[in-house]
Design a protein around this ligand. Structure first.
Ligand SMILES: *[C@@H]1O[C@H](CO)[C@@H](O)[C@H](O)[C@H]1NC(C)=O
Ligand SMILES: *[C@@H]1O[C@H](CO)[C@@H](O)[C@H](O)[C@H]1NC(C)=O
Ligand SMILES: *[C@@H]1O[C@H](CO)[C@@H](O)[C@H](O)[C@H]1NC(C)=O
Ligand SMILES: *[C@@H]1O[C@H](CO)[C@@H](O)[C@H](O)[C@H]1NC(C)=O
Ligand SMILES: *[C@@H]1O[C@H](CO)[C@@H](O)[C@H](O)[C@H]1NC(C)=O
Ligand SMILES: *[C@@H]1O[C@H](CO)[C@@H](O)[C@H](O)[C@H]1NC(C)=O
Ligand SMILES: *[C@@H]1O[C@H](CO)[C@@H](O)[C@H](O)[C@H]1NC(C)=O
Ligand SMILES: *[C@@H]1O[C@H](CO)[C@@H](O)[C@H](O)[C@H]1NC(C)=O
Ligand SMILES: *[C@@H]1O[C@H](CO)[C@@H](O)[C@H](O)[C@H]1NC(C)=O
Ligand SMILES: *[C@@H]1O[C@H](CO)[C@@H](O)[C@H](O)[C@H]1NC(C)=O
Length: 756
């Protein structure tokens, strides 16, 4: 057997079950491979099999993977259910969860509910993964996974409540005594029936009976009638760690069978893969349902005004939407969710939802314009209807020709959009209702409506979306705007809005793999110029350069731009006018800022992981954030910038070490103090070829005043003294044998740490 030397930190985690997440409470947080990491490994393995061509995985796929991992982590909020953790010999309970979840996942997928399916799967994976840590499957010689898990009608163990399953642990050597751990390597020796550990405070034994001395315990410092934290303090002070069998971590203070942790993790991952394969086979899940489960594909969502004057606009939108959807068929960007939310006056809806192109086509073709007496319409209600069924991160496109009479609901829409990471883009077309807008705009001979301008630019600006006010004749230009926004390879490089000075310039880093850049400028009477990395002004007539002008702006696309830092120059044509402007620069490249979330610690004390905040972050106390960058890069520096891309907050992000049980190197954590201004999260650095890159998360943060001192990531290190103690141990290698063992597993003797 090959032996692997490994340094462990003592007393670094408090657990019942594998740790929930990669980034964790600082005082408990090291020493094992988390549920999040296990779920990610299973997801990545299956995506590698079914969607091999997609690398790196898209933002929507990362969202799907995160939904599974978070649902898995959240199971730890319930620490009394033995079934959810395969504790207390509750094999029927655990098996019932796994059997039921399969049916739930399949049903949700056939109903078109990808996110609900991901959540149901993630929860089940927690129970499944805990099986390998909390039972004696590994100790009994389980070098292969248990194929019976999740099989309806199959009983996992005949164990009886009267049957002895564990002996007492030994004292161990002097080093072990010093750190309070027992030597539990042989406590399950000779007991061959499948059993699992009893955990203080759970619903087994039945009726609140005491845990018999002849049964295995979960064990570790938190398995105490005093509760997790007090128990850990007791174990610390009295140097006496409860005996047991759990393999949750690499640390004997938490896991009496810590030396089998890696083997348990390997099996948990393999078993997670098998469980998902079983679901795919039993469904059976075809390509469409698999894409829904793994989040492969985009969503296409429209909220459309169907009042009388909209006929021409509906027809144009229909043409553009169908064209985009058709061009995506069979690609990884084929929508998995098509939403059409009509709004009229006095009614809105019903929302038309489809999971395939032909249904979508039928839905959008069924819209016709009629009714709606007065000018303002129920636009925000229509938007809320669409948001209610949408999944983020994605974009909602709103088509109307009037302002909103229900603007009082806008705050609600902004909140929902923030939580789901949905950007709202409003296309307001000119109509007879318009008041003509500002004096400045009247001078540009454009009809528009000052109320609509104010409402929709606020709505779009607050969600990271865009607002366009266009003549009806330009309805066919919306395709060129929607296209890049619904393409999963598109990354936002720069996001600007505000008021322009006479001339302003902004750096635009173009990385080595960027194939197309698109600049979308929304401002009248502003000229747009660009210089390449050598400082040469862009020749707009050169091949590969396309400039499209509409009444309220310009779109520039450049194919195969040279890598290096370009400069965007915006100049006011009439210095007297200072119209509001907005400009988005995006580029097609496989290097993605996949997420940037402000986070909070959640879960049972001593067992908490970081979860994304459902609300806007606070500016009146420190906040923590976790970001993920996918693709090849050398360096990454994160900061938060205002709407003119000026740096406001240094995000202080540091990458994971990538070490076993630690967050991966493309995952970043930072603590910072925000400011009371709208902020965008940026990352910049060098890609793997040394070219500069920059990315911005297109969703805007509007920090709030929270009036609390609770940061949500209290990292006070209550075990600071212990954490300094490190020791070197030699762990047995846990690489799995490749052959599949069948028949009754034989007890192989405990792999035993030979050196401390
Ligand atoms: C554990 O049991 C095995 C098999 O009987 C024995 O070889 C080994 O010495 C025992 N280890 C301890 C620490 O008692
Ligand atoms: C589209 O989806 C609907 C509802 O799920 C289904 O009835 C229909 O057969 C599907 N059409 C195609 C072409 O797949
Ligand atoms: C305009 O000038 C002000 C003051 O110098 C500056 O703070 C602001 O960032 C400038 N705006 C742009 C778009 O450059
Ligand atoms: C780049 O832009 C051109 C012109 O708009 C388009 O035809 C092409 O598909 C784009 N390439 C990618 C990878 O988006
Ligand atoms: C910017 O581009 C415009 C055309 O859009 C051109 O007329 C102008 O001279 C350019 N300005 C600079 C400073 O290059
Ligand atoms: C811009 O490119 C066009 C087409 O390639 C060329 O005819 C023209 O001379 C170029 N203009 C300048 C100023 O280089
Ligand atoms: C935050 O900024 C807004 C807008 O500038 C202002 O109205 C509000 O008073 C500020 N809040 C605090 C607590 O500073
Ligand atoms: C902040 O909280 C304190 C105590 O609850 C309260 O007295 C105070 O009014 C709050 N301040 C604001 C601005 O809400
Ligand atoms: C942070 O944790 C320490 C130690 O557990 C505790 O004393 C303190 O009250 C906690 N603070 C907050 C705000 O939860
Ligand atoms: C543990 O290490 C920290 C930082 O290295 C140090 O400040 C602290 O005094 C040490 N505690 C003990 C008990 O050694």
């Amino acid at each position: 057997m090959q032996l692997t030397p490994f340094v462990i930190l003592l007393l670094t985690c408090g657990i019942n079950g594998f740790f929930p997440s990669d980034w964790r409470e600082r005082y408990f947080g090291n020493g094992g491979i988390s549920h999040e990491a296990q779920t990610r490994s299973a997801y990545d393995a299956l995506v590698g099999k079914y969607f091999e061509e997609i690398t790196p995985i898209t933002t929507n796929m990362i969202k799907a993977r995160t939904a599974m991992a978070e649902a898995n982590m959240e199971v730890d909020d319930d620490q009394t259910s033995s079934a959810k953790h395969f504790d207390g010999e509750n094999f029927e309970g655990g098996q019932a969860i796994l059997v039921q979840a399969k049916a739930d996942v399949i049903r949700e997928l056939f109903d078109g509910n990808g996110e609900a399916a991901q959540v149901a799967l993630g929860k089940a994976l927690h129970t499944l993964q805990d099986f390998y840590s909390h039972t004696n499957w590994v100790e009994r010689g389980g070098f292969d996974i248990n194929y019976d898990l999740g099989k309806a009608g199959v009983s996992l163990s005949p164990i009886g409540f009267g049957e002895r399953t564990c002996d007492e642990c030994g004292f161990g050597g002097i080093d072990r005594i010093l750190i309070g751990c027992h030597d539990c390597a042989n406590n399950t020796f000779g007991f061959n029936t499948l059993t699992s550990g009893y955990y203080a405070g759970e619903d087994r034994p039945l009726g609140g009976a005491p845990i018999p001395e002849y049964k295995c315990r979960h064990g570790g410092a938190t398995d105490s009638a005093l509760g997790a934290i007090a128990g850990a303090v007791y174990a610390e002070v009295f140097n006496d760690v409860p005996e047991g069998i759990n393999k949750d971590s690499l640390n004997c203070f938490w896991s009496p069978h810590w030396f089998l942790h890696r083997q348990a993790v390997n099996l948990a991952i393999q078993s997670s893969i098998q469980y998902i394969e079983d679901i795919i086979a039993e469904g059976p899940l075809e390509d469409k349902e698999r894409r829904l489960l793994f989040g492969v594909g985009t969503s296409l969502a429209f909220a459309i005004d169907t009042t009388g004057s909209m006929a021409g606009i509906i027809a144009g939108t229909r043409r553009q939407a169908i064209e985009i959807a058709r061009s995506r068929l069979g690609t990884k960007d084929e929508p998995i969710d098509y939403i059409v939310a009509p709004f009229n006056d006095p009614y809105t809806g019903p929302v038309l939802r489809a999971t395939n192109f032909s249904d979508f086509q039928a839905n959008i073709n069924s819209l016709y314009a009629a009714g709606g007496d007065d000018c303002p319409e129920l636009a925000i209600t229509g938007i809320l209807d669409a948001l209610a069924v949408m999944q983020g991160p994605s974009d909602l496109f709103v088509m109307t020709d009037a302002n909103a009479k229900d603007y009082g609901l806008a705050l609600r829409a902004i909140e929902v959009a923030f939580e789901k990471q949905i950007r709202i883009h409003v296309f307001k077309f000119d109509s007879n209702c318009d008041d003509g807008g500002s004096a400045a705009k009247r001078s540009l001979q454009k009809r528009e409506d000052s109320v609509a301008n104010r409402q929709y630019s606020a709505l779009a600006g607050s969600t990271g979306g865009t607002y366009h006010s266009l003549p009806v004749s330009q309805v066919d230009t919306i395709g060129s705007l929607i296209e890049p926004l619904t393409n999963s390879e598109t990354n936002t490089i720069l996001k600007l809005s505000g008021t322009l000075n006479s001339t302003s310039s902004f750096p635009v880093p173009v990385d080595s793999r960027m194939t197309n850049i698109t600049i979308s400028l929304r401002a009248a009477a502003v000229s747009l110029n660009l210089t390449d990395p050598t400082g040469t002004p862009l020749n707009f007539s050169s091949p590969g350069v396309t400039l499209t002008a509409v009444t309220d702006g310009q779109f520039l696309t450049i194919q195969n731009p040279a890598s290096g830092t370009w400069t965007l120059i915006l100049t006011l044509l009439d210095p007297v006018l200072t119209p509001p402007f907005a400009c988005d620069v995006s580029g097609v490249s496989p290097l993605h800022l996949s997420s940037f979330n402000f986070v909070t610690l959640r879960g049972r004390p001593g067992h908490k992981g970081f979860f994304a905040l459902p609300t806007q972050p606070a500016f009146d106390h420190d906040v923590a954030a976790v970001a993920v960058l996918d693709g090849s890069f050398r360096t990454a520096v994160f900061d938060l910038r205002n709407t003119l891309a000026n740096r406001v907050v240094n995000a202080n992000m540091t990458p994971g070490s990538g070490a076993e049980g630690a967050p991966p190197t493309n995952s970043f954590y930072g603590e910072m103090r925000l400011a009371n201004v709208s902020l965008y999260a940026y990352v910049e650095g060098l890609d793997d070829e040394g070219a500069p890159y920059q990315r911005v998360l297109p969703n805007v943060f509007q920090p709030i005043f929270s009036n609390t001192t609770d940061t949500g990531f209290n990292n006070t290190d209550i075990f600071a003294g212990r954490r300094n103690v490190t020791t070197t141990v030699t762990l047995p290698s846990t690489s799995l044998p490749t052959e599949t063992k069948t028949g009754e597993p034989e007890y192989p003797g405990c792999p035993y740490p030979t050196e401390y």
